[in-house]
Design a protein around this ligand. Structure first.
Ligand SMILES: [Zn+2]
Length: 639
């Protein structure tokens, strides 16, 4: 079978309709089955084709956006979600899974069937029909509410605008000014992230910073600096109430317990202990970092002063600007250096394939082992007008008996110009390594069951391990030698600049650590209780806050990860996976250089097994024991 996706945007609704009908037919057949082949394999074979279709549609909608296609694409979404919710509450299919569990299975197969059964249970399969109906209704309501939450956030962000003159913006560079210049020569400040960040970081006008900060931090609330029309307060209360009710119906004490039932950690209290420990270890250093900032600024630091003085302090302390590094990192060297690292770590070659995909900028590489292609990656690096912002990896197809895995890696970086190659900032290189970590997780899999192959079936708090693990390699001096080559002189990054990257890596890291822990601790606690959510935030802040928040602070009212994304009672996953990634990296690097046998063991125990075995057991197998918290503190420079 082919490794090349079909990028023609033809009849997508017709195809999805046809596949969904087929899916119901397959589910009906599988419901009569009683063996791995007649139930799981049958569903998996369908899932493979269905997911592939969905994946290419979603990819094209993200990277080649056009109105007409988007309209078609949006029509497919409710059909797909309804299909999955019907499948996950299909009692006959559930019973068929239970029959499979009684047959003779391998360890991987047993794990896969167990996880599938758990999925049915978490969808309410064991409940009486009227309660099951209630669960479905709550889920539908939650879907609508989270969509309203996100629309309100967006509208409230977009609505606020302020016209200013150049004289209001001392500290801005020409580049920054050009981003907000209007046709009539005035400048428009909005609450869009890049505009907001520039203002907070570079604008010397403190009064303007204060005004914009207050508008930003109180969006979608009752405060009224942006329109009260988009107040999310009631929606948030309703969402939290419904989540609690849902958890109770499914037999849990609270929503945090429900969320954790499908994650690696064992209980909400384990999460709280974990976060408390990180907070306790970071607090005194964070206070020192803040003191350093205050004495540098020579005045009291308000929330709207923080980014401004931090940037100035950083420049003074380390004596370099980001742009000093960029000429050393032209695209070709970055990619070739990364590929040579992958070859060293995993004995895999990346070989460029000439193929017309969906855009001329896309580069296509086959992964080759022992002269045989084992998978393919489509790399789409440059920013384009019709491309969604950010960076991500998505899987197109998993490994099966007859198919090789294929992944998409997408970034939004500078293009080459007529006289210069594309060159990347160091942060962007770290991002490329991160996304390649995800891609390797997907592509190096040895599991031939689509539901557990590559990144499929990996618990939420484990997915970011391979990506964050890969980030560490971007800071290794040997690796930086490989990926850097000055675009004019060919010189690799001088030791002195390398040292500056390392020294500045952990600037204010303890303050950042407290901030992330504050979000995560509030998130888990608010999903364990029915108390007012801002009251819980205030309690958490007793431990985490460095600058007292102002009265207008309503940042929860636009916290999309929790109220409209998938991170509810799961925000801690970022930190959890970071601990594993740091622990894994220090383990393979314990003698001061990368130990090849150990990186190989990471590949065998983590990357190759995907979601086919218990994630934590596999981790301990690689590590020879429990992960240690000290590595993440060390990597953040926290003593
Ligand atoms: Zn990631």
């Amino acid at each position: 079978m082919s490794l090349s996706p079909d990028f023609s945007k033809k009849d997508i609704n017709k195809n999805i309709d046809r596949l969904i009908n087929e899916g119901y037919e397959v589910a009906r057949k599988a419901s009569d089955g009683d063996s791995w082949e007649s139930v799981i394999s049958l569903l998996d074979e369908f899932e493979f084709r269905f997911e592939r279709e969905c994946s290419v549609n979603s990819h094209l909608n993200s990277v080649m956006f056009d109105e007409k296609f988007n309209q078609e694409y949006e029509k497919t979404l409710p059909k797909i979600s309804k299909f999955y919710s019907n499948i996950s509450t299909n009692k006959e299919l559930f019973n068929a899974h239970k029959r499979v569990l009684d047959t003779n299975l391998t360890q991987q197969q047993t794990h896969i069937v167990h996880e599938a059964i758990k999925g049915f249970q978490l969808s309410g399969i064991d409940l009486d029909p009227d309660k099951q109906e209630e669960v479905k209704k709550i889920q539908e309501k939650l879907a609508v509410l989270s969509n309203s939450f996100s629309n309100n956030s967006l509208k409230s962000t977009n609505e606020w605008k302020k016209s200013v003159s150049k004289a209001d913006l001392p500290g801005y560079s020409e580049d920054q000014l050009s981003k907000i210049r209007k046709k009539d020569g005035s400048f428009e400040i909005t609450l869009q992230m890049p505009v907001y960040l520039d203002l907070m970081t570079f604008c010397e006008n403190q009064t303007l910073r204060e005004e914009v900060y207050k508008a930003y931090i109180s969006r979608a609330s009752e405060i009224g600096l942006t329109s009260k029309k988009y107040d999310n307060t009631k929606i948030m209360d309703e969402i939290l109430k419904l989540r609690l009710k849902l958890a109770n119906l499914l037999g849990f004490n609270n929503y945090a317990e429900l969320s954790i039932a499908s994650k690696m950690v064992e209980s909400p209290n384990q999460v709280i202990d974990f976060l408390d420990l990180l907070i306790n270890k970071s607090r005194s250093q964070a206070l020192n970092e803040f003191q350093e900032l205050e004495s540098f600024a020579g005045c009291k630091i308000n929330p709207w002063d923080f980014a401004f003085y931090s940037e100035k302090l950083k420049e003074k302390k380390y004596g370099f600007k980001k742009s000093d590094l960029t000429p050393y990192f032209p695209e070709e060297n970055v990619l070739n250096g990364l590929f040579s690292l992958i070859k060293e770590l995993y004995e895999i070659l990346l070989k460029e394939i000439k193929e017309d995909s969906y855009h001329q900028d896309v580069k296509v590489f086959d992964l080759v082992k022992n002269n045989e292609s084992i998978g393919r990656v489509y790399i789409d690096l440059y920013a384009r007008e019709n491309k969604r912002g950010g960076a991500w990896m998505s899987d197109y197809q998993p490994l099966t008996e007859k198919n090789k895995p294929v992944a998409f890696v997408v970034c939004n970086l500078n293009k080459p110009t007529q006289d210069k190659p594309a060159m990347f900032e160091f942060d962007e290189i770290v991002t490329i390594f991160h996304e390649f970590g995800h891609a390797l997780h997907h592509l190096l899999t040895k599991v031939e069951y689509p539901c557990a192959s590559g990144i499929s079936g990996v618990p939420w708090d484990g997915v970011e391990l391979p990506s964050q693990y890969m980030e560490f390699f971007a800071y290794d001096q040997e690796v930086i030698k490989k990926i850097s080559s000055h675009y004019l002189t060919g010189e690799s990054l001088p030791d002195e600049l390398y040292q500056k990257i390392i020294d500045s890596k952990n600037f204010q890291s303890a303050i950042q650590m407290l901030r992330q822990c504050e979000f995560a601790l509030w998130d888990i606690k608010t999903h364990m209780s029915s108390k007012d959510t801002y009251e819980i935030l205030n309690e958490v802040r007793q431990k985490t806050s460095i600058i007292p928040p102002i009265n207008e602070n309503r940042f929860l009212n636009t916290f999309g990860h929790i109220f409209s994304g998938g991170y509810a009672a799961g925000y801690f996953s970022y930190k959890w996976a970071e601990v594993l990634a740091a622990d894994a990296f220090y383990y393979v690097n314990q003698s001061g250089s990368i130990n090849k046998d150990l990186t190989y063991s990471f590949k065998e125990n983590i990357l190759e097994v995907g979601g086919s075995l218990d994630f934590m057991t596999q981790y301990k197998k690689f590590r020879g024991g429990e992960p240690e918290l000290k590595s993440v503190l060390l990597s953040n420079g926290i003593q």
